[in-house]
Design a protein around this ligand. Structure first.
Ligand SMILES: Cc1cc2nc3c(=O)[nH]c(=O)nc-3n(C[C@H](O)[C@H](O)[C@H](O)COP(=O)(O)OP(=O)(O)OC[C@H]3O[C@@H](n4cnc5c(N)ncnc54)[C@H](O)[C@@H]3O)c2cc1C
Length: 389
């Protein structure tokens, strides 16, 4: 594995191989799934078969046992090549919760089958209509009844729910009024969705401006075996928080990939499109927004590398992970704007793929955490300002 200047592996080989795989899924493939709001099953299957979705699973459990920077390199390349990792990225960041906090039995029963592609762990049920960014205000309740928990409530924006066998669910196990801290009394479960859909769980897709396969989920007395509780009851929020730095770093990687795709596309068109007898890219009005987006992308990339290096060294990385996610999402959006503007009217034509990527990349200034909430985190936890909410 080749080393980056900060000690993080740059995974040049993985990037080259993922690039080859992505070449099998060109723009017309993505246009078709986007038009139908379909799941890009063939693409996800190809990634699974090549072992990319199992890179974080230890070798003894059937995975590649690689560090987070490998997952980052995979997702960045997918996006830089014009594809979309949103259909499967959750498998990479959800994994950490089971790896770090799951029992031996849970790891042995699920991880080898996930690595082999027999089970998909793609759904992450946290957000609820009544809680939104205020996660600890969630109401979905899991009540212990003998050897089971009985779950009632509702989740929203649970992406890939129709295309996942397992869901990592965050639910309340002690009423909020009865716990000391607002983060107490929440627990994490691995829900077998194949069983749950026949036992009280209803999934309803939400049509969105981009193809993201997000759903609402209703739980009506859904029984989850107690052995599927991850770690200790009541400590689930900590386990989820633990995984959030990985999630931020991986989403930042995707946004950096998007920014690179938009910039490359804008530069190519700037050189080739002749208006007033010269390439439009000769005009500073065209150059500057692209150059600025490039500078912003590079800053985000450096912050991402620092975050990954700290994460892999087991050091605190909340500031770096959140900052990388914020900078990368903003850089991708700046690049999207510059690319669309550079293409003039053609930017709106479906066949250029820009309008699709434009819609897709916009999401990351809102989800999985909105820019405002990251700024609040930096203000409070990095700068020591009073908590604002
Ligand atoms: C396509 C898509 C896929 C998603 N996938 C998943 C998933 O798989 N699993 C999952 O659990 N969730 C998922 N989400 C949910 C996502 O994490 C939330 O949408 C996001 O966290 C914001 O929550 P909200 O939509 O409820 O907005 P709200 O919390 O209602 O916030 C609305 C606006 O108010 C701002 N705001 C709120 N409070 C404050 C404050 N105190 N200070 C300043 N500004 C504030 C926010 O920044 C935001 O701009 C997905 C969302 C989308 C759109």
């Amino acid at each position: 594995m080749d080393e980056g200047t900060d000690g993080t592996a740059s995974h040049a080989e993985i990037r080259a191989e993922v690039k080859k795989l992505c070449a099998r899924f060109p723009g017309d493939y993505w246009r078709e799934v986007d038009r139908k709001r379909a799941y890009p099953g063939e693409f996800v299957r190809a990634l699974t078969e090549a072992g990319y979705l199992a890179v974080l699973i230890p070798e003894e459990l059937g995975g590649a046992g690689l560090p987070l920077s490998a997952a980052s390199a995979i997702l960045e390349t997918i996006h830089a090549e014009g594809c979309n990792g949103a259909a499967c990225h959750a498998q990479m960041y959800i994994m950490g919760t089971i790896l770090r906090h799951g029992s031996e039995l849970q790891k042995q029963s699920f991880l080898p089958r996930i690595a082999a592609g027999e089970l998909r762990l793609q759904a992450f049920g946290v957000t609820e209509p009544g809680s939104g960014s205020d996660t600890t205000n969630l109401r979905t309740f899991a009540r212990r009844e003998g050897e089971h928990y009985v779950v009632n409530g509702q989740k929203v924006w649970t992406s890939r729910a129709e295309h996942s066998d397992l869901m990592l669910l965050l639910a309340r196990t002690t009423p909020r009024e009865q716990v000391r801290g607002r983060t107490d009394g929440l627990s994490t479960f691995l829900v077998d969705m194949r069983q749950a859909v026949t036992g009280g769980m209803t999934i309803r897709p939400i049509r969105t401006m981009m193809n993201h396969n997000s759903c609402e989920i209703f739980f009506d007395n859904v029984r989850v075996p107690a052995e599927n509780l991850i770690g200790e009851e009541g400590k689930g929020f900590r386990y989820i928080l633990d995984g959030m730095n990985a999630e931020r770093l991986l989403i930042a990687s995707e946004s950096i990939g998007d920014a690179k795709w938009f910039i490359a596309k804008a530069v190519a068109y700037g050189k080739e499109r002749i208006v007033f007898g010269r390439p439009i890219g000769q005009n500073q009005g065209i150059q500057f927004p692209i150059a600025r987006a490039h500078a912003e992308m590079r800053a985000a990339e450096l912050m991402l590398r620092e975050g990954l290096a700290r994460f892999e060294a087991g050091r605190a990385c909340g500031e770096e992970a959140n900052t990388a996610k914020l900078l990368a999402a903003d850089a991708a959006w700046a690049a999207a704007e510059a690319c669309l503007q550079t293409h003039g009217g053609y930017g709106f034509a479906e066949e250029f793929d820009i309008e699709r990527k434009y819609r897709e990349t916009r999401l990351y200034r809102v989800a999985p955490i909105s820019t405002n909430l990251i700024l609040s985190y930096i203000a409070e936890h990095v700068l020591g300002l009073p908590r604002s909410y």
